[in-house]
Design a protein around this ligand. Structure first.
Ligand SMILES: Cc1cc2nc3c(=O)[nH]c(=O)nc-3n(C[C@H](O)[C@H](O)[C@H](O)COP(=O)(O)OP(=O)(O)OC[C@H]3O[C@@H](n4cnc5c(N)ncnc54)[C@H](O)[C@@H]3O)c2cc1C
Length: 340
């Protein structure tokens, strides 16, 4: 374990934006986490875990904290009766986890192929895409409490997963060290989502988990910016979840607005559709930051863009959406270093 000071965080994020961390430690073991905890306490700095940096915006001025890059990347696949347990260090790349599962022919995370970041970050965020969520396969995660050092196992019943949220997101002192997922040998591929159904109609084979993951990556490549187009952290905002009555009023005002009924009776509204059709904000730019033309939920940052430009763009979008619809947007991407 090495301790470094004033390390620029931009290269550790997918936005490629952000100033320095006061202290930066890369951890390969739980003992490293303990040592980082001691170091943070000694310097009276907040301890900030960092995964793949794919869901954060680091301020231009940097963060006055001890940034702990989670780098344990061990991976085991164990048979457990009819199922397979994927047991991974929290710093394992999510895509490596997907590839390992697909190579073994097991199902459960193939629809989440192509999402950047680590398996630890995936649990914090309860990643979701193409009709699947991490919550569907989550078994448990082991954590170290950054404040007390206590070790805890958080199982599915206590993980409090919701739309892009979890126990881990609400209890920030828990640093995830290990994630365990339960995957299935006999499963029919989950291809109900429109893009996948279209791919199947076009003759794309979707029988094995590897085939589904391959198709998903091809679909995603058409929706997200290539590296050469700039940095991004994926969808910047969450799709709003509102009451069915409000959704009905909005749908009456904006003909064709997609509304997805939720299990609890609420309604999820397509923010991409609103930004594009109701507000004509596709491609809208502030300085070097813009809403991506092919998916306006995504903010793209051209080389040299600042966190301040992203913030101004995001606030502008939030104000316009509120003025037009009365909806207060929630962000998917978090401002790194701010703690509840
Ligand atoms: C091009 C692109 C496409 C994307 N598509 C999707 C998508 O389809 N669906 C989706 O849900 N998301 C998507 N994302 C968002 C992002 O990839 C996920 O949220 C990812 O899981 C974040 O993981 P990370 O390791 O990069 O976390 P980071 O960005 O490093 O961290 C995010 C938060 O988690 C905390 N954290 C990270 N690791 C740990 C740990 N071990 N213990 C405790 N806290 C930790 C950090 O402190 C921070 O608060 C996309 C992002 C990009 C750039």
């Amino acid at each position: 374990m090495s301790i470094a000071e004033d390390v620029l965080l931009a290269p550790f994020t997918t936005f490629k934006i952000g100033g320095p961390a006061r202290v930066f430690i890369e951890s390969y073991t739980e003992e490293d986490v303990d040592a980082a905890r001691d170091e943070a306490a000694r310097r009276a700095l907040p301890l900030l875990p960092l995964g793949g940096g794919s869901n954060i915006l680091v301020p231009d001025e940097g963060v006055e904290g001890l940034v702990l890059k989670i780098a344990f990347r061990d991976l085991m696949l164990e048979k457990d009766r009819d199922t397979t347990l994927l047991v991974a260090g929290a710093g394992l790349s999510w895509n490596d986890a997907v590839d390992a599962a697909c190579a073994l022919g097991v199902f459960g995370i193939e629809n989440l192929a192509g999402i950047p970041g680590t398996i630890g970050g995936a649990a914090v965020q309860n990643i979701g895409a193409y009709g699947a969520e991490l919550a569907d396969v989550f078994e448990y995660a082991d954590t170290v409490d950054g404040a007390t050092g206590a070790r805890t196992r958080i199982d599915r019943a206590h993980a409090a997963f919701g739309y892009r949220t979890s126990f881990f997101k609400e209890h920030r002192t828990h640093i995830i060290t290990r994630v365990v997922l339960r995957l299935h040998k006999r499963a029919s591929p989950n291809i109900g989502y429109a893009d996948l159904a279209q791919a199947q109609e076009a003759g794309v084979p979707l029988e094995t988990s590897a085939q589904v993951a391959h198709a998903i990556r091809a679909i995603r490549a058409r929706k997200f910016p290539r590296d050469s187009e700039g940095g991004t952290a994926g969808s910047f905002f969450k799709n709003p979840i509102i009451s069915p009555e409000r959704a009905e009023t909005l749908a009456a005002r904006y003909a064709g607005m997609p509304v997805f009924p939720q299990e609890n009776g609420d309604a999820k509204v397509s923010l991409a559709w609103l930004l594009d059709h109701a507000l004509a904000l596709r491609g809208y730019a502030v300085g070097r930051a813009r809403l991506y033309e092919r998916q306006p939920l995504v903010i793209v940052a051209r080389a040299g863009a600042t966190a301040a430009e992203i913030e101004t763009l995001a606030c502008d979008v939030e104000e316009r959406v509120f003025a037009a619809t009365g909806i207060t947007l929630e962000r998917e991407v978090e401002r790194f270093g701010l703690r509840k």
